[in-house]
Ligand binder design. Structure first.
Ligand code: 5AD
Ligand code: SF4
Length: 469
């Protein structure tokens, strides 16, 4: 009899990709995916630890399963991802009915753990070694990936795919839990990456987004020398079928001239860069241990403008980091105004156990001040994006159509003519009136209107030329 699995994924693109891999693996073991936990024999929660709020949401979702498990003791519950790695047994303590805890570097072990639970061997845990639990090579090996297993049905759209080129992070920004949960930075072998990209292209992927925590720091040393991201992009660019290549997230210090020139020279590379600044204040950046000053960030930014004048750049900011004064915060506001980011993800600082900031710095910005700064920075970012999007009105943009917009999906799921959504090469969101069959097509859209997050347009009619009979 086939067994059923439900998976709930929160957090970053890495988690979306991990869930795709887990499902591909479980399907091979006879599982079928269902959309509701009520119909599932196996309930999986792929979790995020980046901020406290994300963790509390997961714990509250798990809390609701207490009764479910009491009524259906045969249902198995697994907690995967960064929270599994970070909290380990704490999860068993807070939610004793959980059967499995699996860190992001141990996901390949899941089928075996399920077998053990089914065999009555009790609850199971597979996590990677901590950063200080052994030799660097041993710790690195305990964070494995199993990426070649792909399942296009699990993707948000079949023609867009993520491809991991790097795991872990070695930057150790003082606020961040990722170097602990995802382990040491390791670049995957280019041959593996290219082979996987070929598989994706054969499965119909038109757009591939390369993933890494600091993706532009990617390096792999092999027999034929060292490969960096620029060299990797050159190899991937050769693959037929792929039309767009993106990469996220970039680290400001590693945004080399060579990489930018490669993006400029390879037409499939999207002129879109996500290069989080995190703060506009040198004092805050120093406490965050980001490794650059604002002068250096601006130097990098000007390099982007010089080599890729039409690129869209987006950023992340943390507001209310330890010791952030009003004056520091105003410098973040200034940076948004100077750089005019396409968009910024803005977060309120959240203390994470096990990080340097948690050990050494005081979380001294009151909650209300964090919330207020968050709103203010968002308003400035929206204003900048609104003004820049207005300038696109009247132009024509090439859009990869993703599917019905959120509005359309809610309205009438069966209607043929619906509002569709897609993205430009620069990653701008575009909505237009169309039909479902256009999903996966590249269309020229004439921009009629714009808000701070969205361009609104219509399909440009191809001019009919009279051939005069
Ligand atoms: N608190 C708030 N935001 C954080 N981020 C990372 N760690 C924290 C934290 N402890 C943000 C950073 C990062 C993004 C993915 O999440 O801006 O770029
Ligand atoms: Fe976290 Fe900094 Fe690494 Fe990004 S670069 S994952 S913020 S430690």
């Amino acid at each position: 009899m086939t067994k059923t699995v439900y998976i709930k994924t929160v957090g970053c693109q890495m988690n979306v990709l991990d869930s795709e891999m887990v499902i591909a693996d479980l399907k091979r073991h006879g599982y079928e995916v269902v959309d509701s936990p009520n119909d599932a024999d196996l309930l999986l929660y792929n979790t995020c630890s980046i901020r406290e709020q994300a963790e509390e949401k997961t714990y509250s979702a798990l809390g609701k399963l207490r009764e479910t498990k009491a009524r259906h003791p045969d249902k198995k519950i697994g907690v995967l991802g960064c929270m599994a790695q970070k909290d380990q047994e704490i999860i068993f303590r807070r939610a004793p009915f959980v059967d499995m805890i699996v860190g992001p570097g141990q996901l390949h072990a899941l089928p075996e753990l399920i077998t053990k639970v089914d065999a009555g061997e009790g609850r199971q845990m597979a996590v990677s070694l901590g950063r200080k639990d052994g030799k660097q090579s041993l710790v690195a090996r305990s964070h494995e990936t199993f990426d070649p297993l792909r399942d296009p049905t699990m993707r948000p759209t079949p023609f867009q795919a993520y491809l991991r080129i790097q795991i872990g992070c070695d930057k150790f920004c003082t606020y961040c839990v990722v170097p602990n949960t995802r382990g040491p930075e390791q670049g995957r072998a280019p041959s593996e990456i290219v082979a996987e990209a070929r598989t994706l292209a054969e499965q119909g992927a038109l757009e591939i987004t390369l993933l890494g925590q600091t993706v532009n720091s990617y390096r792999h040393r092999g027999e034929d020398g060292e490969t960096d991201l620029a060299a990797l992009l050159e190899q991937l660019h050769e693959i037929d079928g792929i039309r767009r290549l993106k990469f996220v997230t970039s680290y400001p210090k590693d945004m080399s001239r060579r990489l930018l020139e490669t993006v400029r020279d390879l037409p499939k590379c999207s002129p879109y860069l996500h290069v989080p600044a995190q703060s506009g204040s040198d004092a805050v950046l120093r406490r965050m241990k980001r490794g650059y000053t604002i002068a250096e960030y601006m130097e990098m930014f000007e390099r982007i403008e010089e080599i890729l004048p039409n690129a869209a750049v987006s950023s992340d900011f943390i507001v209310g980091f330890c010791g952030e004064t009003d004056a520091d915060f105003q410098q973040s506001v200034d940076l948004v105004r100077r750089c005019r980011f396409k968009n910024s993800f803005i977060f309120q600082y959240s203390v994470r156990a096990g990080t340097k900031a948690a050990e050494r710095l005081e979380d001294d910005v009151p909650r209300e001040v964090k919330a207020q700064r968050n709103n203010e920075l968002l308003a400035v970012q929206d204003e900048v994006a609104y003004d820049d999007n207005q300038k696109l009105i009247g132009s024509t943009v090439e859009v990869l159509v993703e599917g019905p917009s959120k509005k359309a999906s809610k309205a009438d799921p069966d209607a043929a003519a619906v509002q569709m959504t897609g993205r430009t090469h620069c990653d701008r969101i575009v909505v237009f009136d169309g039909n479902r069959r256009q999903a996966g097509q590249f269309l020229d859209i004439h921009v009629d209107d714009a808000s701070s997050h969205t361009l609104i347009g219509r399909v440009r009619q191809v001019e009919l030329v009279s051939i005069g009979v």
